[in-house]
Design a protein around this ligand. Structure first.
Ligand code: C2E
Ligand code: MG
Ligand code: MG
Length: 561
């Protein structure tokens, strides 16, 4: 099975001094043509003795066949290979080593550099090396990457001039490839990206597959962040061309998060985490680009994490409060109802805005119990207020539903229970769904909303104008009211295009038999324009900010003025 390659003359003066680096060169007969001094200290044999050995002698005997097989696949199309084996030490113990072998067809020589995995293996443990290699791509895996990074960190503590960088790489929209073209294609894409990364880096750097569609690079001995950007540019250039996968041409882009070593980073875990945060930022910006980590990002991420932890206890600690903002009927400027808006009184951070914590709650699924609580609280309150109300029509209450709540299987049952337990008539409850939540899963949302409507609950499309609902969809949506977003109302009195937009929406809504609420009315001028346009309702600081229940009660009793 050993490959027969033309023999060549041994390298002249091959046994030169290369401290610190585990390098060797071997010929087609496995004889060592060069071996660096570092091997002697690493394995414990005198250098002269090592020079007499063959390459295969250095390996654990159980690893040799696999190594020979892998090396036979080296050719001009696959000029480098990376894999792990165990190496025998003089004292009989074994050392885990990751090899990077390049084949030079002109001389028939193999150039191998190696990195210790820093994990000392017992001689019988045949399974261990594979634990550090990702099976699909052959790249080192997360454990090995962290291990190597930890070493680099320790080394840089001793050598202050040593700068290095971690690049976190995520394939953009990988799930789309996996879903639309199948898992095999997804695997091929991962292997292709792995090849690009492997091909770009220097032998002293490391590319690893962390998990799923996420990779990482460790670039050692860099000058500054600009050196990292050069590497990144080289990767991006390779990715401009499509991959040819099984006859399909697949284009892909990759997002990068970059962390350059600094005294602030003490652990490999923290460095990788911060690189990950930056990569997610880059993805959020649309993909195909990079974000360099900075302290502000770190602080934001820490705050977000703290919010996430505190959120989980905030319900039982009764830290949430429902606030209410009046909804005003434009024709006679009377109170028509309230929108319930959640407030979080954090014990140490003070009042936290829902725009900050609702997205976090949504992401971790906490929005479901929180939303259930709000729904109940708002229904209970609205029912209580019915007794106070002196207006002609009973007061309504609007409750916001998030995307995740909308798709939750218990939604209908939760709504029915809230109404039944509090005694609020369903006709007085309005549910607000944002345009983007609705469109994220339109068909399923429509089916659900139809059921809610059968229960006689009224439905509002919130933040209208900011999402992507096409007009053709609009007439199919089982909603009663369009709620025009504040961003259009804001400029109503000074910009003609804002006025035209709102006017068009009001006409369209009326043509479709829907009514309109305009959010964010702050000026009398805006209210006057909306009244003239024939919009039914408005809501905004002009009348009242969102207020606590007792203040809302005052508004019911005394009226809006
Ligand atoms: P939204 O549902 O569109 O609520 C309207 C937001 O606009 C409220 O912000 C309100 O205080 C603000 N607003 C009303 N009138 C004016 C005005 O004249 N000028 C200005 N500048 N702002 C005005 P808030 O209470 O901070 O809520 C922000 C968003 O958080 C809400 O937008 C909603 O999407 C979400 N949210 C709030 N409470 C809940 C909840 O209980 N459940 C869910 N799922 N989301 C909620
Ligand atoms: Mg709303
Ligand atoms: Mg809104």
């Amino acid at each position: 099975m050993y490959r027969n390659r033309p023999d060549t003359t041994p390298l002249e003066s091959s046994f030169f001094k290369l401290p610190d680096t585990l390098l060797l060169v071997f010929g087609p007969d496995w004889s060592l043509r060069m071996i660096s001094e570092a091997w002697s200290a690493t394995l414990g044999y005198p250098l002269d003795e090592l020079r007499q050995r063959s390459f295969l002698d250095l390996l654990h005997e159980d690893d040799r066949d696999a190594m020979v097989e892998r090396l036979a696949t080296l050719n001009s199309d696959t000029p480098t290979l990376r894999f792990s084996t165990r190496c025998r030490r003089q004292d009989g113990s074994y050392l885990g080593v990751v090899w990077n072998v390049s084949y030079d067809p002109d001389n028939g020589l193999n150039y191998a550099s190696a990195h210790e995995t820093a994990i000392n293996l017992s001689g019988n443990d045949a399974q261990l090396p594979d634990r550090f290699i990702d099976r699909l791509t052959g790249l080192p895996n997360r454990s090995l990457f962290l291990d190597r990074l930890e070493h680099t960190l320790r080394r840089s503590e001793r050598r202050k001039d040593l700068q290095f960088a971690v690049l976190y790489c995520g394939i953009d929209r990988f799930k789309v490839v996996n879903h639309s073209l199948g898992h095999r294609m997804g695997d091929l894409l991962l292997m292709s990206v792995a090849d690009v990364l492997r091909g770009i880096i220097r032998p002293t750097d490391m590319a690893a597959r962390l998990a799923g569609d996420e990779f990482a690079l460790l670039l050692e001995d860099i000058r500054d962040v600009s050196a990292t950007l050069l590497v990144l540019n080289r990767i991006q250039e390779k990715l401009v061309l499509p991959f040819s996968l099984d006859g399909h041409e697949v284009f892909t882009t990759v997002s990068f998060g970059i962390v350059v070593s600094s005294p602030a980073h003490h652990s490999a875990d923290a460095m990788l985490r911060d690189a990950n945060i930056s990569m997610m930022r880059a993805k959020a910006q649309g993909g195909g680009s990079y974000v360099v980590f900075n302290q502000e990002m770190h602080d934001l991420a820490v705050r977000r994490l703290e919010l996430e932890l505190d959120l989980r206890h905030a319900l039982e600690r009764e830290e949430f409060q429902a606030y209410y903002q009046p909804i005003v009927s434009l024709a006679d400027r009377t109170l028509s109802g309230f929108e319930a808006l959640v407030r979080w009184r954090h014990p140490t951070k003070g009042l936290i805005s829902p725009t900050e914590f609702i997205p976090v709650a949504e992401e971790i699924g906490f929005i479901v119990p929180l939303g259930r609580w709000m729904l109940r609280e708002a229904c209970r309150q609205a029912h209580e207020w019915q007794q106070l109300s002196t207006g002609a029509a009973p007061l309504t209450v609007s409750v916001n539903l998030s995307a995740r709540q909308l798709l939750h299987p218990d939604l209908i049952a939760d709504v029915a229970a809230a109404l039944a337990d509090t005694g609020l008539p369903p006709t007085l409850l309005k549910l607000e769904i944002t345009e983007s939540a609705m469109m994220a899963n339109a068909e399923q949302a429509i089916a659900l909303l139809e059921r809610l409507r059968e229960m006689k609950i009224r439905l509002l499309l919130d933040d209208f104008g900011t999402g992507y609902s096409s007009l053709s969809y609009l007439h199919r949506l089982p909603i009663d009211t369009l709620k025009v977003d504040r961003s259009f109302i804001m400029h109503l009195h000074e910009k003609q295009d804002a006025r035209h937009f709102v006017e068009t929406i009001v006409h369209l809504a009326h043509k479709l038999g829907r009514d309109v609420i305009c959010e964010g009315v702050e000026l009398e001028e805006q209210a006057a324009i909306l009244t003239a346009m024939g919009a039914e309702y408005c809501q905004g600081f002009l009348y009242s900010r969102p207020v606590a229940a007792n203040e809302a009660e005052m508004l019911i009793l005394t009226g809006l003025d």
